[in-house]
Design a protein around this ligand. Structure first.
Ligand SMILES: Cc1ncc(COP(=O)(O)O)c(C=O)c1O
Length: 397
């Protein structure tokens, strides 16, 4: 039998992470040690009280059925967290929806909002599900280039009017992945005005809301006047509390948009394991001292890697936030060439083009190893940059 995927599916190939994992396995088979900075999955443990809550609730054998949706207590915990951390008031009944990770919501939102012919403005480079979700919904992408020259903010004034007429949604993320920049209040205010003017739903991905360094402010898009009228914000416990595998996150904001996504979800999943919901509720309402400790750890890691790379002669800017460095590759190599060569030399990084056209010439490095390992990674990169192999890779672009 000839199994034929849908036309939409035909555009999807095996992801870059599979390719990197295969190459990494190959290098390990050859006896090499590879420091993996390619995937943004936290290596740090969750706080002990979260694990304890999970274990305690898991003992209750009456709680192994479908939960169907998030509990109101969870929504209230999100509302507490938003008030406490970002100064945002949320109606727990109508302005919060539990998700199986923010990925769940980001993946399904376009299906709930977009018809064929509709446009969605997406950041380039951007987190891959933004584009994939729109493609699966049959919508059109309009990439908004994020460049260092414009502080990685989209130039809203450059988007053509004929595109704006057909645009239903725009996705932004500050701090984002792979671009780790922050936006300020003024930019968010401009976004609200732009969305009102063009009748566009703003989707802010705030998955790294608690990994913000150097005392920079944590600005939720929802804290900006008028944001709730035009937008929603995705957030997650994955990176904030190191429970990425538990698959729990949420969306907040415009009650109509939240409700539309909730209606779609009621058709496709049966809710999150109750003990996970309870542990998450506790995490959100805990005293939050853990969050600053975690920021300090990531900030030390960032500093260790950046100074190591600087010693190697690679001037990589310090990320203002997130668990990544976004680095322009020296010497004019393509992202993939550099990433594949680096695996051979003992460090796995993600090629920037995996996040969009504007990512070509960059790599993303995840700070998911202890500071000593990151320093060792920088030394391996230095050895590679100084090696005889390097110049032969130089390409004119
Ligand atoms: C920018 C961004 N958004 C969303 C997600 C999805 O996270 P989760 O589904 O675990 O909440 C990730 C995961 O790496 C991410 O980097």
């Amino acid at each position: 039998m000839n199994i034929i995927p849908s036309e939409k599916m035909r555009n999807f190939t095996t992801g870059i992470f599979t390719e990197l994992a295969n190459r990494k396995q190959e290098a390990i088979k050859q006896g090499k040690d590879v420091i993996d900075l390619s995937v943004g999955s936290p290596d740090l443990p969750p706080p002990a009280f979260i694990v304890q809550a999970l274990v305690d609730h898991a003992r209750d054998t009456t709680k192994y059925g479908y939960t169907l949706k998030g509990t109101l207590e969870f929504n209230k915990a999100v509302s507490y967290f938003y008030r406490n951390r970002y100064g945002v008031q949320l109606d727990a009944d109508h302005e919060v929806l539990q998700l199986m990770g923010s990925q769940d919501g980001l993946a399904h939102l376009a299906m709930a909002m977009i018809d064929p012919g509709d446009y969605v403005l997406v950041p380039d480079p951007g987190y891959p599900i933004y584009e994939a979700s729109v493609a699966l919904a049959g919508g059109n992408i309009y990439p908004m280039p994020l460049t260092a020259e414009n502080s990685y903010l989209p130039r809203l004034q450059d988007i053509p009017q004929e595109i704006l007429k057909k645009t239903k949604m725009m996705i932004i993320s500050y701090p984002g992945n792979p671009v780790t920049a922050l936006a300020d209040q003024t930019f968010f205010e401009q976004v609200v005005e732009f969305a009102q003017l063009h009748n566009i739903l703003v989707v802010h991905d705030f998955a790294y809301s608690e990994l913000i360094f150097d005392g920079n402010p944590r600005i939720s898009f929802m804290s900006v006047p008028g944001a709730k009228e035009v937008g929603i914000e995705f957030n997650s416990l994955s990176k904030t509390f190191n429970i990425a595998g538990c698959r729990i996150g949420y969306v907040v904001g415009n009650p109509d948009a939240v409700n539309i996504l909730g209606t779609l979800k009621s058709h496709i999943d049966y809710g999150i394991f109750y003990p996970i919901q309870k542990a998450a509720e506790l995490a959100l309402t805990s005293d939050h001292s853990f969050l600053q400790e975690q920021v300090d750890v990531y900030q030390d890691r960032r500093d260790a890697l950046v100074s190591g790379l600087q010693r190697a002669g690679w001037d990589v800017p310090k990320s203002a936030a997130t668990m990544f460095l976004w680095a322009k590759i020296p010497g004019g190599w393509s992202s993939r060439e550099f990433a594949f060569q680096m695996i051979e030399h003992g460090v796995a990084v993600t090629p920037g083009d995996a996040f969009g056209k504007q990512g070509e010439g960059y790599v993303r490095m995840a700070l998911v190893q202890p500071a000593e390992r990151l320093a060792a990674a920088a030394e391996r990169i230095q050895a590679f940059l100084n090696s005889k192999a390097a110049p032969s890779l130089i390409q004119e672009r």
